[in-house]
Each structure stands twice: as structure tokens, then as C-alpha cells.
Design a protein around this ligand. Structure first.
Ligand code: NAI
Length: 345
């Protein structure tokens, strides 16, 4: 039996992880707390830890886990910017779930976009109070508009295809443009200049942090709609707020926020909100915020649990090779061929 400390547990995580854990001899110790330097000790007696996007596996935490005998970090997410993969190299193996349901995220991005530009969130509130006025609810057609997709991996491609289904022109920027997408690849500058809607689907790296800053916003069309279902820090939230106040940004649809770790995923309705920037953004009539919800479909939850349990099993079974191991050794974190043994180290 492999024992796994499962941090930041939410009620919707438990059924699928219990199901697949029982099938594969993996016992989860479900913990509500997040992983950080103070809570690492809760993994005592466990072979692995399973973490999500707001757990913090920095170098100090990794050292503490290693001293406890933890051999594996199993991310139940695609993104891994919260793990110091470089520091983990040679000490603790790191696996992630590269894909579960890219449709869940792409469809959520479109749901946010449609809600925002057709003012559905406002109409919903109005009709609940028998206010049937249409004043202030004028939207615009997506048909014939230009969508700018930044990052044309699994999710970005699907989002682009959905946009095409709406009759939009799709232009794209990717550091590594892919063949066969049918999208018109352009420079980032051209994308900012031409897109009516910009949707972010690239990972958060040192290079992409604050990709959308004051300078980028200044190059965009007046009235542009920004959609971010990727990672909060891709956008400089101060610059975004200023762009909204300047009437430059027509609307912002945010499923992620730079400082979300302090607020998202919890019920804070009875509390004073300390994050003034987030409060200000939420108070804007043209900003919609969901709290990192884009992944949350039944299909995605099932696939996340199945892949995570398979990842854990592979790492502890015979040769320990796992296709989903993140390898720092050669720099090609996701795509390297690993050691001859099939492991990163
Ligand atoms: P992916 O790895 O399939 O695609 C990422 C794309 O970004 C690749 O085509 C890559 O070439 C491109 N890219 C890398 N560096 C870039 C750069 N500097 N500039 C422009 N493009 C760059 O990843 P996938 O599965 O499509 O996920 C995208 C992001 O979505 C993840 O990194 C994650 O942060 C986020 N995500 C959010 C979820 C949510 O619930 N809100 C759930 C799952 C993922």
C-alpha cells in the first residue's frame, strides 16, 4: 500500500480519488490544509504527497519532505509553477497531470466570454427581481470579430476552434507555433493590435509573468476583452485595473488572479476582504471573476484522479518510470526522454 498525504482537499476531490486509490492500493490521507513549510510535517509516514495549484513546494518545503522520507510530489494539476522543479531534481520525483479535459477549461473561457459580452450575469440578477429592463445590456456579436489566442497548446487550440465555430477569425501567438492548427500565427505585438478578444492559454514562466502589462495594454484595441483561464500572474492586475479605469479594456474575464492563493477556493463571504485590488476589480461592472473553476467538470475530476493514481503507481512500481514525470535535468521539463532507466534521475 502506498501512503499519500493529500493537501488542500476539497469535498469534490474525495470520491474519485478514493475510488481509484482503492483500485490501485493507494491510501490517501486527506488534509484540508495547504502544503507549505509549516504543514510539510503532516506528510510524516507518507511515501508521497499529492498537491494542487496553491500548495507551495518551494526548496525549503522539498527539503523537509525529503527528510520525512517522501519520494514523490504528485501534482493533480497541469501547471507546476508552484513546485521548484530545479530544487527537486535529484531529491524528489515530480509528476503532474498534463491533460485531463482541456475542453473543460476552453469551454469555461468561452462561457466567461459570452456571459461578459452578452451581460448574462446582469440579466440573471435583474430577472430574479422581476426587473425586465434591457437598458445597459447591449452586447456585441462575436461573429466576424478577431480572437487572439496566446498559447496554442491543448486548451488554446480548443478555445480557438470554439471561436471559429462562432464565426470568428483566429490569430495566435505561441513561442513554439504548432503545425496544423489552421490559426494565423502573428507576433505578440500584432496580436495586441488586431484582436477584439484576447485569451491566455500559455503557462506561467519567468518569461510570461506579467505578459499583459501596461505596455501591452497600451497596444491593444480600445474595448478589447481579456480572458484569463491560465495563471493569474500572466496579467499585471494593477495595470489591468488602470486599463479598465481608462476605458481601454472593454471587459475582463478572470478565472485566475495573481494573489489568488490567499483568497480563492474558500468561502470568504463573512470576512472583510483585505485584497483591495481584487475588491476593486470585482466591483467593476465589466469584470467577471470565477475562482479557478475552469477545470471543474465531472469528466476532468475523474480523469485527474485516474491519471494521478496511475502516476503514483508507476513511480513506485518496478522500474519507477512515469511518462508524466517533470524532468529538470535536460531543461525540456515535460518532453525529455529521461534517463535510460526511464526516470528523471
Ligand atoms: P499546453 O502545454 O498544452 O500548452 C501551452 C502552450 O503555451 C504551448 O503551446 C506552449 O508552446 C505555449 N507557450 C510556452 N511558453 C510560451 C510563451 N512564452 N509565450 C507563448 N506561448 C508559450 O498547456 P495546456 O494544457 O493548454 O494549459 C495551458 C495553461 O492552462 C496551463 O499552463 C495552466 O496554467 C492553465 N490551466 C488552467 C486551469 C484552470 O482551471 N483555470 C486548468 C488547467 C490548466
Amino acid at each position: 500500500m502506498i501512503r499519500v498525504a493529500f493537501y488542500d482537499t476539497k469535498p469534490y476531490d474525495i470520491p474519485s480519488f478514493e475510488k481509484y486509490g482503492a483500485q490501485h492500493d493507494v491510501a490517501f490521507k486527506f488534509l484540508e490544509t495547504r502544503l507549505d513549510a509549516n504543514t510539510a510535517s503532516l506528510a510524516e509516514g507518507c511515501d508521497a504527497v499529492c498537491i494542487f495549484v496553491n500548495d507551495d513546494a518551494n526548496a525549503e518545503v522539498l527539503d523537509k519532505l525529503r527528510l520525512l522520507g517522501v519520494k514523490l510530489i504528485a501534482l493533480r494539476s497541469a501547471g507546476y509553477n508552484n513546485v521548484d522543479v530545479r530544487a527537486a531534481y535529484g531529491k524528489i520525483h515530480v509528476v503532474h497531470v498534463p491533460a485531463y479535459s482541456p475542453h473543460s477549461v476552453a469551454e469555461h473561457a468561452m462561457a466567461l466570454l459570452l456571459t461578459s459580452i452578452r451581460r448574462i450575469h446582469k440579466a440573471y440578477n435583474r430577472t430574479r427581481e422581476f426587473n425586465f429592463s434591457l437598458n445597459g445590456l447591449t452586447g456585441f456579436d462575436l461573429h466576424g470579430k478577431t480572437a487572439g489566442v496566446i498559447g496554442t497548446g491543448k486548451i488554446g487550440r480548443i478555445f480557438g476552434e470554439i471561436c471559429r465555430g462562432f464565426g470568428m477569425r483566429v490569430i495566435a501567438y505561441d513561442k513554439f507555433p504548432a503545425d496544423g492548427t489552421g490559426f494565423e500565427y502573428v507576433s505578440l505585438e500584432k496580436l495586441f493590435e488586431r484582436a477584439d478578444v484576447i485569451s491566455l492559454h500559455c503557462p506561467l514562466t519567468d518569461e510570461t509573468r506579467h505578459l499583459i502589462d501596461q505596455n501591452a495594454i497600451s497596444r491593444m484595441k480600445k474595448g478589447v476583452v481579456l480572458v484569463n483561464t491560465s495563471r493569474g500572474a500572466l496579467i499585471d492586475a494593477e495595470a489591468l485595473l488602470q486599463g479598465i479605469k481608462d476605458r481601454k479594456i472593454g471587459a475582463a474575464c478572470l478565472d485566475v488572479y495573481e494573489e489568488e492563493a490567499d483568497v480563492f477556493f474558500e468561502d470568504r463571504s463573512g470576512h472583510i476582504m483585505d485584497d483591495e485590488l481584487l475588491s476593486r476589480l470585482i466591483s467593476m461592472p465589466n469584470v467577471i471573476v470565477t475562482s479557478h473553476q475552469a477545470f471543474l467538470t465531472e469528466e476532468a475530476l475523474d480523469q485527474i484522479a485516474l491519471t494521478t493514481v496511475n502516476n503514483i503507481r508507476s513511480c513506485f512500481d518496478s522500474d519507477g518510470a512515469c511518462d508524466n514525470e517533470l524532468c529538470y535535468r535536460c531543461g525540456k521539463i515535460e518532453t525529455c526522454k529521461k534517463e535510460r532507466s526511464g526516470r528523471c534521475f
